[in-house]
Write a new protein. Structure first.
Length: 231
């Protein structure tokens, strides 16, 4: 299982992490998550210079941060460009697939909560139920069972973050609570099995776990009430 730490400032950009998860492989998702973190740092650095304020750059207490900014500028630039490509792909076609996978994830979670523990691939199972609902609601991309199998296989290890995000939109909550909810969804999917089997709905090795990190180490900036650290 991959564990990703989210600090307080990154909690405000959870939707960007969901976009990163729309990549099709675990390696590409990990790279996209790293790109998101660079993108967020760039936005925070822009905030420091808002209105042309650059006096903080000459302050001795910010010397380590200024050196770090110069050292990582190219890496940050490349990361922003790469994430822009991920965002375009998300808007063009990947968001729909991720939405479908998250809907399947909700269906699995409800089956667990209702003590049904239905299978996904069985006759009358969860994927067939999702397909029939998609037909009734005229949802494109979810009316073919083989397509649903492919989408679930691709995204089953990351659907929990989007599930929590959707829930928080329907029932507003603090970002930190949403992160906790995502972890509860993740555990539910990986700690329960369809009835009559011993394999969980989602293998924990396929999952990305998002955990809150209250303190990080690295160059720190503080001035005029605005502060942050760089991991």
């Amino acid at each position: 299982m991959v564990v990703v730490s989210i600090d307080q400032s990154e909690l405000e950009f959870i939707e960007l992490f969901r976009i990163a998860l729309s990549e099709e492989t675990m390696d590409r998702r990990r790279a996209a998550i790293n790109n998101v973190k660079h993108d967020i740092i760039a936005q925070r650095l822009d905030l420091l210079s808002f209105g042309g304020r650059t006096e903080w750059m000459s302050a001795p207490e910010n010397a380590e941060l200024v050196a770090w900014i110069a050292k990582t500028a190219y890496q940050r630039h490349e990361a922003i460009l790469e994430f822009a490509q991920t965002s375009r792909a998300f808007e063009d076609k990947m968001e729909r697939k991720l939405n479908i996978a998250e809907h399947i994830g909700f269906s699995v979670f409800l089956s667990i909560r209702e003590d049904k523990f239905e299978g996904l691939h069985t006759v009358g199972g969860i994927l067939e139920q999702v397909r029939e609902q998609a037909k009734r609601d005229s949802v494109s991309g979810a009316r073919d069972i083989d397509t649903l199998r492919e989408i679930w296989k691709m995204y089953r290890g990351v659907v929990h973050l989007g599930m929590a995000h959707s829930y928080s939109e329907d029932y507003p909550m603090q970002d930190l609570d949403m992160l906790h909810l995502a972890e509860e969804f993740r555990k539910s999917l990986s700690e329960n099995c369809p009835k009559g089997t011993s394999r969980p709905y989602v293998d924990p090795d396929e999952q990305i776990s998002f955990v809150y990190k209250s303190r990080i180490s690295g160059p720190r900036f503080q001035n005029r009430g605005l502060s942050f650290e760089i991991d």
